[in-house]
Ligand binder design. Sequence first.
Ligand SMILES: NC(=O)c1ccc[n+]([C@@H]2O[C@H](COP(=O)([O-])OP(=O)(O)OC[C@H]3O[C@@H](n4cnc5c(N)ncnc54)[C@H](O)[C@@H]3O)[C@@H](O)[C@H]2O)c1
Length: 386
Amino acid sequence: MAGQRVNLDGEAVKPLTICMIGAGGFIGSHLCERLMHETDHTVMAIDVYGDKISHLLQPGHEWSDRIEFHKINIKHDPRLEGLVKMSDLVINLAAICTPADYNTRPLDTIYSNFVDALPVVQYCRENEKRLIHFSTCEVYGKTIGSFLAKDSPLRNDPAFYMLKEDETPCIFGSIDKQRWSYACAKQLIERLIYGEGAENGLEFTIVRPFNWIGPRMDFIPGVDGPQDSVPRVLACFSNNLMKGEPLKLVDGGESQRTFIYIKDAIDAVQRMIENPARANGQIFNVGNPNNEVTVRELAELMTDVYCKVSGNARPEVTTVDVTSKEFYGVGYDDSDKRIPDMTIIKKQLEWEPKTSLYDLMEHTLTYQHTTYAEAVKKAMSKATAT
Ligand SMILES: NC(=O)c1ccc[n+]([C@@H]2O[C@H](COP(=O)([O-])OP(=O)(O)OC[C@H]3O[C@@H](n4cnc5c(N)ncnc54)[C@H](O)[C@@H]3O)[C@@H](O)[C@H]2O)c1
């Protein structure tokens, strides 16, 4: 279907069988879509949920014989090992990865991000399979600059805030700040995978996503997810906007983040898949350093863009401040600033992100509005009636 495609070194890309764990989530659904639409690779998609890829699984598509869904919880299912054995490449995306869970469900978070990933690494090593493992930018924790005085000029020196895969230390809060359970579990599985590469020759690539964002991210509480659950910031703010309520800013919304459009990020992952000689043994930051905002600025931008795509008037009050204790409960803490250094991925994979923050927000909020706005209205009128 894709014709004879070549990789970055001009070599023919051979069709692979990919065992993708966590394929039914946000990133997995976009990766499956890309692999079905633009390549000849086959995907064995593993997840406990398949809703976000159901459009790819229906029969009759030209790719229908190249994707199959395995409803498996990798915590306890002997079929996982067999599927790893049948593959050429394993991609592990499965995780609990929602900040609201890190301090309230630290055990589930640690088990999911470390313990449940162990057999995947073990099966890859035993069967000599290549592994692309999804870690997180949270492994960097806080920047060195955050420990300097607020008015220190060194805070403006990139050496104190730029996050480099092979130089920057990982700085987490104290153990009672359970927020760091996620980052710490991800760091330990990274170290284990790195060790498997060094001692046992495991072929691996570690991906550190920096706030990938786009359609199908998380859920809207009370519509396609539990009413009392707290999704990541995009879905939280989208929910507030569709309900016409102020966006909740945790601890002043001062944290700085860089956002990247999911489709740009998927380009990078496709390059990792198809250029093993350039990606093996590497840890890659995948983000867009040009799209940096504070969470407060993000709230204002999302309000502007949502008014544009929905035709609603801009509300007088756009945000409301809440403490992290009120919003997330005890044990919450945060990284101050996350700017990815892009040197390694640019050199190895000749990749750079393209989409501006405004454009990615316009695509994403158009999707949120068309998919959810009516359902949110219905859910609100039902709640008022009862
Ligand atoms: N989206 C981002 O910006 C971002 C940022 C940092 C790290 N990551 C990492 O990327 C990966 C994918 O993230 P995402 O945004 O797609 O999250 P997601 O929650 O949308 O997807 C994760 C998927 O894994 C599945 N899963 C979890 N535990 C499982 C189990 N035991 N068995 C089978 N399936 C299981 C879930 O059902 C879900 O569909 C995660 O490892 C996450 O930590 C993502």
